[in-house]
Design a protein around this ligand. Sequence first.
Ligand code: URP
Ligand code: ZN
Ligand code: ZN
Length: 484
Amino acid sequence: MTVVIRGGTVVNHDFSQRADVLIEGATIVAVGANLSVPVGAEVIDAGGCYVLPGGIDPHTHLELSFMGTVSADDFEWGTKAALSGGTTMVVDFCIPDRGQSLLAAYQDWRRKAEPAACDYGFHMAVTWWAPQVFDEMQACVKAYGINTFKHFMAYKGALMVSDDELYQSFCRCSALGAMPLVHAENGDVVFGLQQRYLKASIAGPEGHAYSRPPEVEGEATHRAIMIADMAGCPLYVVHVSCQEAHDAIARARVGGKRVFGEPLIQHLVLDEDEYRHPDWDHAARRVMSPPFRPKRHQESLWAGLQSGSLQVVATDHCAFTTEQKRIGRSDFTKIPNGTGGLEDRLAVLWSAGVNRGRLTREEFVAVSSTNIARILNIYPRKGAVAVGADADLAVWDPTATKTISATKQVSRIDYNVFEGMDCQGLPRAVLARGTIAWIDGDLRAQAGSGQYVERKPFPAVQVAHATWREFTAPRPVDRGAVSP
Ligand code: URP
Ligand code: ZN
Ligand code: ZN
């Protein structure tokens, strides 16, 4: 099929231009002014609109078995929700059980992802450590196109790994040209605080926030950065929610360490007051880790995106229904952790970022698509409106408005954490590898049309750390003035 997107302004991370976009099949074949329209081509009128690279959400948990239940948006509905909001690729997490083969977990996730409506990739979680894991990490990189490994420093007794395991896995990443990801919270301290609050009869959702203060995140982020430096690998910190964690990342980057930080759209606009809501359901629906923070942290996160010390805005989409949240009715530690956001990430980011003057349009493209494509080594196939790139595109109408409401969403859950938020700036049309997936409110995306995207390992020079190389290099012995 041939498609021409006419009369719009193409926005890439580095510059914008008035241009038409010609698509043949799944690929962009021309970008330029006044392109002629081939006979039989479908024409999408982009007058008054921007043409953006489709969003990439590198942090989702679709159909994840977690905390005694399974997240409600599966690959079909999670990816349809994504497409309806302008996101054309997701990267989900294969999470093996302790003792489970990484390769078996990969096969499970491939099976679960078959109904995906947009392209997808996987990060592999390292949840235990043994020679088998060491060996299978290589197969993940070489045979399955996975160049990122996730580590949980929290969820003690479940997914959490020790510093020893972290260090060994980071070293393995370094040798394989892969990059570790961390969920950075000090799981031992969180566990201790949880027990303390439960003993003090604080069992409601507010106890979730009290037991996971910014300090547990700041400490773990700093620790992971130092361990990555000693292992000689870069590091990507997921769901950076507070100033303490951001400061640790910014400091590391100034010191020459290759560290990336990913705030979530939820943490950028929602704050901890949500947990003080008198309605238990309202508060529990917003329980996620790390929790929403006092407002002042939001300014730090926005500043990080503006200055470049934080690079990516994701969602950590892990959606549970109200019924599922009620598993923790009498004990906040049992409330399934996770919130939704896939569908609204771009609209909320545009409204709170571009419309409020915090981000330029080009910066919006960078933090929602291009930066993560580069970090994950899939640029410019993804993350660019350019000849040869996949035709994953959002035709973005900056004048379109909506008030977010669960009653109108594609996601399968019964509420929306952004309920009532007014947004200006929405997709008019969304193309996934050249096929119209969403246009003027009509969801045309087909289950199963998404493809698995393999990612190559990173070149050694990109992985190695200047600081660690310096430290390990043999130094001449300073014998002062005394000659032998
Ligand atoms: O609360 C969260 N974030 N749930 C999903 C699992 C994780 O920690 O990313
Ligand atoms: Zn996490
Ligand atoms: Zn997550």
